[in-house]
Design a protein around this ligand. Structure first.
Ligand code: IPM
Ligand code: MG
Length: 372
């Protein structure tokens, strides 16, 4: 039996509800494929502010480093919106990413056939979309110094800084090329090289890395026109790689293709094995759905668990190297959707939506069948 230690950080809002779904999925996979998932739990975000007065405790970081993978729900909510930026729930998530060194954020966007008409876009535009946004996660505007807001007698004034070192660009672009090799051999590097120095550097480094992958096509695209092409001709894309803020923005835009923000999973990786002695895992990672805490529907049991369930598939793929199990989880979601199961965010007028637990139950039935 392979023991896999997972630290669960449910966070705020619908975080705990969708995390429960992901946990059930991992338990079913564990039974069928010989893993014993050992779950520990801790607080992050607003929940940690309420209990401990900080969105992330040092000991939570230490516990994360002693596990094989971290699974996060969501952070934030109106209750904590009045707090200064440095002590808000979001600051906890950003510090976690930074301190764990998770520089590579993978956000795959796949349009399930059954949902091709669930988007405001034309079905023929989105059908068959299968792309992945590779977002740099520990640099750029999110962490650059100086970053401050000053209230001076002469007026208010604020600054943020966008720095990138060549190694930071090289490691994320290289990962994008490796991914493209396992997919359709195309990388789109997104920048604003007509205006920003960091983007000019990004383009130079991406071109140098690209030369080492002659079997992969590299195209450079400016972020503004990329935003347009993403909804006009999304099937053009395979792997997209970009800096932190561009990735934040374009990945939410890409969620429209999938039918709902509730659909998208993510993995944040650093490429090294975990520090836990004897860990069976090759690559430490933090897994979380892309969506937020959705305070308007929290506690109602109606949240879409697909982003969390597909994040569990990513854990199996990236941390456990278990491609068959990952593919089975994805197929189980596909089959459940094809059979007409819908959560409230996906249901059309006249369709009866399933709650989070009932939808997860449908996925688990399929999963049991596929792995059994
Ligand atoms: C995301 C979120 C976070 C980000 C917030 C919650 C800090 O929007 O994961 O995309 O901006 O990275
Ligand atoms: Mg975001």
């Amino acid at each position: 039996m392979t023991e896999v230690h997972v630290l669960l950080l449910p966070g705020d809002g619908i975080g705990p509800e969708v995390l429960a779904a992901a946990r059930r999925v991992l338990e079913v996979v564990g039974n069928q494929r010989g893993y014993r998932f050992v779950f520990a739990e801790d607080l992050v975000g607003g929940a940690a502010i309420d209990a401990y007065g900080t969105p992330l405790r040092d000991e939570t970081i230490a516990r994360a480093l002693q596990s094989d993978a971290v699974f996060l729900g969501a952070v934030g909510g109106p209750k904590w919106d009045h707090l200064p930026k440095a002590t808000r729930p979001e600051a906890g998530l950003l510090r976690l990413r930074k301190e764990l060194g998770l520089f590579a954020n993978l956000r795959p966007v796949r349009v399930f056939d059954a949902l091709a008409d669930a988007t405001p876009l034309k079905p023929e535009v989105v059908r068959g979309v299968d792309l992945i946004v590779v977002r740099e996660l520990t640099g750029g505007l999110y962490f650059g110094q100086p970053s401050e807001l000053r209230r001076e007698p002469s007026g208010r004034w604020a600054v943020d800084t966008l720095p990138y070192r060549e190694e930071e660009i090289a490691r994320i672009v290289d990962l994008a090329f490796q991914l493209a090799r396992q997919r359709r051999h195309k990388v789109t590097s997104v920048d604003k090289a007509n205006v920003l120095n960091t983007s000019a550097l990004w383009r130079e480094v991406a071109t140098e890395i690209g030369a080492r992958y002659p079997d992969v096509t590299l195209e450079h695209q400016l972020v503004d026109s990329c935003a347009m092409r993403l909804v006009a001709r999304p099937r053009d894309f395979d792997v997209l790689v970009m800096e932190n803020l561009f990735g934040d923005i374009l990945s939410d835009e890409a969620a429209v293709l999938a039918g709902s923000l509730g659909m998208l999973p993510s993995a944040s990786l650093h490429g090294r094995p975990p520090e836990r002695p004897g860990s069976p895992v090759r690559r430490f990672g933090l897994y979380e759905p892309v969506h937020g805490s959705a305070p308007d529907i929290a506690g109602k049991g109606i949240a879409n668990p697909i982003g969390a369930i597909l994040s569990a598939a990513m854990l199996l793929r990236w941390s456990l190297d278990d491609e068959p199990a990952a593919a089975a989880v994805e197929q189980a979601v596909d089959v459940a959707l094809a059979s007409g199961a819908r959560t409230a965010d996906l249901a059309r007028p006249g369709e009866t939506p399933l709650g989070t637990e009932a939808f997860t139950g449908r996925v688990l039935e399929e999963l049991d069948r596929l792995l059994g």
